[in-house]
Write a protein that binds this ligand. Structure first.
Ligand code: ZN
Length: 142
C-alpha cells in the first residue's frame, strides 16, 4: 500500500461543512461529485499534498445516513492508495480481512475502490483506491 490518499468525513451538509473545512484549511472545495452507487455526494478539499473528502448522504438509505444516525458526524474512513487494487484485495483476503465488496467498484475522483469492514480493522473503515487514469495511460502506451 502507498500513502494515505484521503480521509473521509461524514457530514450532514456539504454546504456548511465545506465552508468550515474551507476556513480550516484556508482553501475552497475543488471538486463536488455525486457517487450514485454509494448514495453519497462528495466534496474534496486539499491541504498541501493531503485530501479531505466530505461525504453527505444523498438518500435516507445511504451508508452515510446510517453512519451519522449511529455515530454522528465525524471521520468515516481512511483511504489508502494502491497500485493494483485486485492484488491488494487478494492479499488482504488471504490475511483474513473482510472486504465489503468482492470486485473493485467505481468510486469518487476517478478511482477504483474497495472497502475493508471496520470489524477487521479495529473499528476503522478502510478504503483501498487505485487511480484509474495512469493505468489507462500505461495500457495505451504499450
Ligand atoms: Zn473515500
Amino acid at each position: 500500500m502507498n500513502k494515505i490518499e484521503h480521509i473521509g468525513i461524514a457530514v450532514n451538509s456539504l454546504q456548511s461543512a465545506g465552508k468550515i473545512y474551507g476556513k480550516l484549511l484556508n482553501t475552497t472545495i475543488y471538486k463536488i461529485e455525486d457517487v450514485l452507487s454509494e448514495g453519497v455526494k462528495t466534496a474534496f478539499l486539499s491541504a498541501g499534498p493531503n485530501k479531505i473528502e466530505l461525504l453527505e448522504a444523498s438518500n435516507p438509505d445511504s451508508p452515510i445516513a446510517k453512519f451519522i444516525a449511529k455515530k454522528g458526524e465525524g471521520i468515516h474512513h481512511i483511504a489508502f492508495e494502491v497500485d493494483d487494487i485486485k492484488a491488494e484485495m487478494e492479499r488482504l483476503k488471504g490475511e483474513g480481512f473482510v472486504l465489503l465488496n468482492d470486485e473493485p467498484k467505481l468510486g469518487a475522483d476517478n478511482k477504483l475502490v474497495c472497502f475493508v469492514h471496520p470489524k477487521s480493522a479495529n473499528g476503522v473503515l478502510i478504503e483501498l483506491c487505485q487511480e484509474l487514469e495512469p493505468r489507462i495511460k500505461s495500457q495505451e502506451s504499450r
